[in-house]
Design a protein around this ligand. Structure first.
Ligand code: NAD
Ligand code: MG
Length: 392
């Protein structure tokens, strides 16, 4: 039986992970749940799955949680407790949102265990540091992000790394697809949160509306699959990745080979599929989350993204090409701007403006050490907070 830790268990990825595990109770056992501050939600989850440990990042309600968890479950607070719990599990699903997910990513890979990674921000912000942790004996990174889980599956059809030429990352286009720049000046928080095909947490939903999510995913793809052939990668860079808008969200991404063949992975938009893939790999789940009915009529469409109306996409390509801590700056300034947008302090169009402004100050940090990454994150957050204040 595989033991599982869920980092960010109360969120969209976390709760869907629990659904996948509940469908196969003989195969997996949850040993740890972690959450930011939502103690009531995590207490309820603990009463159902009876984990060994529940960990809160914010300890203000730890005593209340202690009184609410079942007998045999220990409550702990903070990063050290999280590290210990993650080190113990065979698989950790990291469903924490934002840069706060970095300790779970590093603890899991650094203990030589499997990481099912939904928290793309940790890989994007701390690329070189995560890559080093990934080289720990036994460490394994299986993506949960649906596009990367799709590419991971497409690449299994192929034995010669040098024959992978390009990756196509699909995007739904979000709720504002087809809008002009002028129309985009008027969009609201409610509009940004109304995603046409996926139900997700608020931060990634806003990122989908700006196409920053796709930009982050391009950087994520280079981190996951870009290493030279022979070093577990496919020698792919930013020039080898196409972003393809596909409003139906059925084709989750594709890989194109040297003979002109393109392999795609298709299923209904249901994150339980990629979560289950990361849990069961190299085997597969025995439950068809997202399974398609191919006897029904279906039309799939593809179009290029509107890079001018959605500047976040090219800001991410630019930051990825600069490398070092530039992706950390991109991601941190975006987190600050998205939070300000969700709070009604700035307009939607100001998210990309703030990220662009902050990136002009990038100081050339290399991001080789954790300290450099933390400094970069901190610096970019401070600049983004000032940029928000100037506008609100
Ligand atoms: P969410 O907002 O629904 O949930 C976030 C979780 O993180 C919650 O459990 C929260 O308690 C926890 N958390 C927040 N701050 C924390 C902190 N400081 N320390 C510890 N835990 C903290 O977010 P989500 O939509 O589930 O997304 C989680 C991650 O997965 C993001 O990186 C997102 O980009 C990625 N992702 C999500 C989906 C999806 O369908 N939701 C799809 C692909 C990728
Ligand atoms: Mg995705």
């Amino acid at each position: 039986m595989k033991t599982v830790a869920i980092a960010g268990s109360t969120g969209s990825i976390g709760t869907q992970t629990l659904e996948v595990l509940a469908a196969d109770p003989d195969r997996f056992r949850v040993i740890a749940l972690t959450a930011g501050s939502s103690w009531e939600a995590v207490a309820q989850q603990a009463s159902l799955v009876r984990p060994d440990t529940v960990i809160l990042d914010d300890g203000a309600n730890a005593e209340r949680l202690r009184a609410a968890v079942p007998k045999g479950t220990t409550v702990a607070v903070g990063e050290n407790a999280l590290r210990e719990a993650v080190a113990e599990a065979d698989v950790t699903i990291n469903g924490i949102v934002g840069f706060a997910g970095l300790p779970a990513t590093l603890a899991c890979l650094g203990s030589g265990k499997r990481l099912g990674l939904a928290n793309k921000e940790s890989l994007i912000a701390a690329g070189p540091v995560v890559q080093r942790a990934r080289r720990t004996v036994g460490a394994e990174l299986v993506p949960v992000d649906s596009e990367h889980a799709a590419i991971h599956q497409c690449l299994r059809s192929n034995d010669v790394a040098e024959r992978v030429m390009r990756l196509q990352i699909t995007a739904s286009g979000g709720p504002f697809r087809g809008m002009t720049k002028a129309e985009l000046m008027e969009v609201t928080v409610a509009g940004a949160l109304a995603h046409p095909t996926w139900a997700m947490g608020p931060k990634i939903t806003v990122d989908s509306s700006t196409l920053m999510n796709k930009g982050l995913e391009v950087i994520e793809a280079v981190e996951l699959f870009g290493a030279p052939a022979g070093q577990h990668g496919y020698g792919l860079g930013f020039d080898d990745i196409d972003v393809v808008v596909h409003p139906q969200s059925i084709v989750h991404s594709m890989a194109t080979f040297s003979d002109g063949s393109t392999i795609a992975q298709l299923s209904n938009p249901d994150m339980r599929g990629p979560i289950g893939y990361a849990l069961a790999f190299p085997d597969r789940l025995d439950h068809p989350f997202g399974g398609m009915d191919w006897t029904e009529p279906l039309t799939l469409t593809f179009e290029p993204p509107d890079r001018e109306a959605f500047p976040c996409l090219d800001l991410a390509f630019a930051a990825g090409r600069i490398g070092g801590t530039a992706p950390a700056w991109l991601s941190a300034s975006n987190e600050v701007a998205v939070e300000a947008f969700l709070d009604g302090r700035i307009r939607w169009s100001e998210i990309s403006a703030i990220v662009a402004e902050v990136l002009t100050f990038h100081d050339g940090g290399t991001g080789e050490t954790l300290e450099d990454v933390l400094d970069g994150d901190h610096h970019a957050r401070r600049l983004a907070t000032e940029a928000v204040l100037q506008r609100s």
